[in-house]
Every structure is written in C-alpha cells, then in structure tokens.
Write a protein that binds this ligand. Structure first.
Ligand code: SAH
Length: 283
C-alpha cells in the first residue's frame, strides 16, 4: 500500500442522533476506509467516557475485535451488521493468544474490512496496543490509534481520588502488579518506586497485593499509609474500599473485592472522603 493510500482517509460528519442526547453533529471526523485497522480505547467502562473518535469508529467498523473489559453497553453501539470477535479470556476454555489476535486483525484487514480493535482503558497503557500496532506495521496494514481514558486516571476520578494534588504529590507512578509474583519481584525496582513516587497506582495487582505491600513496607513506606481499592470503576458495580498499607491484602478479602480493580497508595486517597461523588460511599 502506498503512502498516498495510507493517507486516503476522508473527513466525515459524526451524528449522534440515536442517543437520548440532543442531536450533535461534528464535522471533520475521519472516514474508516476498508483495509484499515483502528486500535481504540473504550475507557474504563462507563460508555460516557468513550471519545468521539471511538464512537465514530464503532459507527463505521464492520469487524470488531474486543477484549473482556469492554462493556456490553459499549458494544451495543456497533453497527447492527458488524461482526464481533471476542479476544479475551474465557473462564477455563481456550482463549486467543496475542499471535491469534494479531493474525485475526491482519486477516480481516487484508480481506478489505474496517477492523476496530477495541480495548479497555487506553490501548497503550498495559494493553499490548503497542505490540499490535507493531504487528500491523510489519504486515503493512494502515492503522489509526485512538487513545482512551485509562482506568488509573478515569477510575480514580470516579472514586474522588485525584491522581495528583498540589499539596500532596508532584509525581505519580503507574505500575503493573503482574510482575510482583514469586521470582518476579526483582523485575521491577519496587524500592525505587517507593522512594520516588508519593502516589502509586497499580494495575492488575489483586492477586499480588500482599507481596506488593510487603515490598513497599520494606522500602520504607509507612504501614499507616492510605490505600484504596477501586473495583469496577465508573460502572454501576463500582465499589471503593479504603484502608492502610499494612492491611491492603486483608482489605480486598474483607470486602470480597475482585478484578478488575485499581489500587492507589498515597495520601491522595484521603481526598475520597470529601471528593467521593459516584456510587456507594467508600467502605
Ligand atoms: N489498558 C487498560 C488496562 C488494561 S490492564 C487501561 O488503560 O485502563 C487490566 C487492568 O486494568 C485491571 O486488572 C485493572 O487493574 C485495571 N482496570 C481496567 N478497567 C478497570 C475498571 N473499570 N475498574 C478498576 N480497574 C480497572
């Protein structure tokens, strides 16, 4: 495909008239050309947090390859004749691996479809979006990337926890808890993170919370430091539990909190007591 072809996307008008909102028309949205893959973030769950580019993509795509964290409400926005492919994990049953996903994207694009790859949050934040984009480039498939609101920012917002607050922190670290298992803790320098970052936002950490809390305590963080676990953030199932670093793992157990959950460690957590505005009160 030539560079010209790659730039051939035309500009269209996005009309949001089939929603309960007043008619909104936005000029200048890109047309989804056949043979393209659009790699889009769906945000943390609330459909209201989709970007207009993501809605524009949902309205035009004819094939949608989506992950487990993309909600039904969001999928209901696809064209009625669009074909959906589930690429997430299926309790117990074989699920697609990363290679299966990229193969499917490439195959669908090469056969002339408008392929929407829809991921929870932002595709480039702990979402393997970069790997998929690399595979598309290698296969000479033109693509567009549509950022989404990441759970570590938007999910915190719905819990009334600012990721930064002027009197509290001038830095924040987003980290995956995935690498805190047995023999893996050394892959991440938790001691440096503990020293450098007053606020730590941890994705994919529920099963490793005890190990992570221990590593942070060893690195000198206070056992009294506030921790919040925000489960199913931005959805009707959102729950927030607040506690202390020393009892972080117990907190999840006591309130039977499960994934998807985002964990926040740092003094900003206390702000939820006054800034909490969505769903049930913090536990
Ligand atoms: N790309 C996504 C992250 C994917 S990793 C993003 O930018 O948000 C999956 C992890 O994201 C989950 O284990 C959880 O830690 C977090 N997560 C995603 N959606 C969430 C939600 N609605 N509430 C709480 N955590 C969420």
């Amino acid at each position: 495909m030539s560079a010209d072809d790659k730039n051939r996307q035309e500009i269209i008008r996005l009309t949001l008239s089939d929603s309960p909102m007043p008619d909104i028309q936005i000029d200048g949205m890109p047309e989804f050309a056949p043979g393209w893959v659009w790699l889009a973030g769906a945000g943390p769950g609330d459909p209201g947090l989709l970007t207009l580019h993501a809605v524009n993509a949902l309205k035009q795509a004819d094939k949608v390859v989506y992950d487990a964290l993309v909600s039904e409400d969001i999928l209901s926005l696809v064209r009625p004749d669009a074909e959906l492919f589930y690429a997430g994990k299926r309790g117990g049953k074989p699920s697609w691996n990363q290679q299966d996903v990229t193969n499917k994207l490439i195959e669908l694009a090469k056969t002339g479809h408008r392929v929407l790859r829809l991921k929870g949050g932002d595709p480039f934040v702990f979402g393997r979006g970069g790997e998929e984009a690399q595979a598309l480039v290698a296969a000479d498939i033109p693509f567009r990337m549509i950022p989404g609101i990441s759970a570590g920012v938007g999910g915190l917002g719905y819990a009334g926890i600012p990721a930064t607050h002027r009197d509290v922190n001038h830095a924040v670290t987003f980290v995956t808890g995935h690498l805190a298992g047995k023999g893996q803790a050394e892959l991440l320098d938790w001691a440096s993170i503990a020293k450098a970052s007053p606020v730590i936002v941890i994705y994919m950490a529920m099963s490793r919370l005890a190990v992570i809390a221990e590593l942070l305590l060893q690195a000198g963080r206070s056992s009294d430091e506030p921790v919040a676990i925000v489960t199913h953030a931005t959805t009707a199932r959102q729950r927030i539990a607040m506690g202390r670093l020393a009892e972080a793992a117990k907190l999840a157990e006591t309130h039977t909190l499960e994934p998807p959950s985002i964990i926040v460690i740092g003094e900003v957590v206390n702000l939820a007591e006054t800034l909490h505005w969505f769903g049930d009160k913090p536990l």
